[in-house]
Design a protein around this ligand. Structure first.
Ligand code: ATP
Length: 325
């Protein structure tokens, strides 16, 4: 058991589109009265969050709070796996896939309240060729979109839509061989996603029923099809019905190997990487302590996406009002 009361707040100033000026005072005002000592650090470049969180683990901190998007969460969580230091999330990114999966609100005050509740769950995480991911890992179209998004000057949801459209126009599906659960499958795929959590971010449910505590990854293969087929898959991505789309093959596995002809692009939690032609994927069960809401949300197609879209609308509206006051 970790008896420390020290928390490190890591803020990525360039994640998402909003200002991060209110985050530190908010965290101090809510968590210091509960006896927590808060230290704050701002990231200056890729990799900083892993180094800072690693120092906090070595010093026996109770938790590290990542204020940023999935990239910041990935870098922070990478240092916390198999430790007694818990991950807190204040979603400030463009996609916020893991926070959305966990039901952590996008409003910073409500997100800090979740940390104050001190409800900690031991989550699984995935790794590909020993590189960790906490939400999704993918090759194919999603990797192309991540790479395009990383090159854009703007962040936020609209920038993702722009990246997806421009990559779709020039995208060519590749042939992959997948070995999992004693079966081997070769096919030309639009994308292959290995999911610890249910969504890419922005309520795009690539594996709607994925669980972060089942010791398994949900592997979703989208077959290469016509633009009409792809448009239907795109719709089902946002309604939560992707698993019943005929262009999808989905299964659960504790590990898998994906082969392709040569090394190439992939993404880890939305961050683009270049990865080998052989990808060894493994689920590490119950290895990352995370502050989560005490009530678990059950996914319901249509209903959950609509509820979450309304919450997004309310949170954008509140941000707009706060900016005007
Ligand atoms: N000061 C900084 N300047 C430039 N890049 C930074 C800085 N600090 C962190 N980064 C990098 O910024 C990238 C984007 O961060 P992050 O993923 O958290 O936000 P996002 O892409 O807007 O959100 P999401 O991943 O949820 O879509 C990460 O690769 C991170 O390493």
């Amino acid at each position: 058991m970790n008896t420390s009361r020290q928390l490190l707040l890591i803020i990525n100033p360039v994640s998402g589109i909003g200002s991060k000026d209110t985050i530190e005072p908010l965290v101090r005002s809510r968590l210091e009265p509960l006896g927590f000592e808060i230290s704050t650090a701002y990231t200056c470049a890729h990799g900083d969050a892993t180094r800072l969180a690693g120092n906090a683990v070595d010093a026996g901190f109770y938790g590290v709070i990542a204020a940023g998007g999935d990239g910041t969460v990935n870098e922070t969580a990478a240092a916390l796996c198999h430790s007694n230091t818990a991950l807190g999330i204040i979603p400030c990114g463009s996609g916020n896939g893991l926070a959305r999966h966990l039901g952590i609100p996008l409003d910073p005050l409500s997100a800090v309240k979740i940390i104050a509740e001190n409800h900690i769950v031991k989550s699984d995480y995935g790794a590909v060729n020993d590189m960790p991911f906490f939400c999704t890992f993918g090759v194919g179209f999603d990797a192309a979109v991540s790479s395009n998004f990383a090159r854009q000057h703007r962040r936020g949801k609209l920038a993702y839509i722009k990246s997806a459209i421009s990559e779709y126009i020039k995208f060519h599906p590749q042939v992959y061989t997948i070995s999992a659960n004693g079966h081997i499958l070769t096919e030309k795929a639009f994308l292959i996603a290995c999911c610890n959590a249910s969504q890419y971010g922005n309520n795009a449910y690539i594996a709607p029923t994925a669980s972060i505590t089942d010791g398994l990854l949900d592997i979703t293969i989208i077959h290469a099809g016509t633009p009409f087929d792809t448009a239907l898959v795109g719709m089902d991505l946002f309604t939560g019905y992707i698993n019943s789309n005929t262009m999808i093959h989905t299964f659960r596995a504790p590990s898998a190997v994906i082969y392709r002809q040569s090394e190439g692009p992939a993404h880890l939690d939305g961050e683009p990487v270049t990865i080998d032609d052989t990808m060894a994927i493994k689920c590490h069960a119950n290895a990352l302590p995370i502050f989560t809401p005490s009530r678990e949300i059950e996914f319901r197609p249509i209903i959950t996406p609509i509820e979450n879209a309304l919450k997004d609308l309310a949170s954008s509206f509140n941000r707009l009002i706060a900016r005007k006051v």
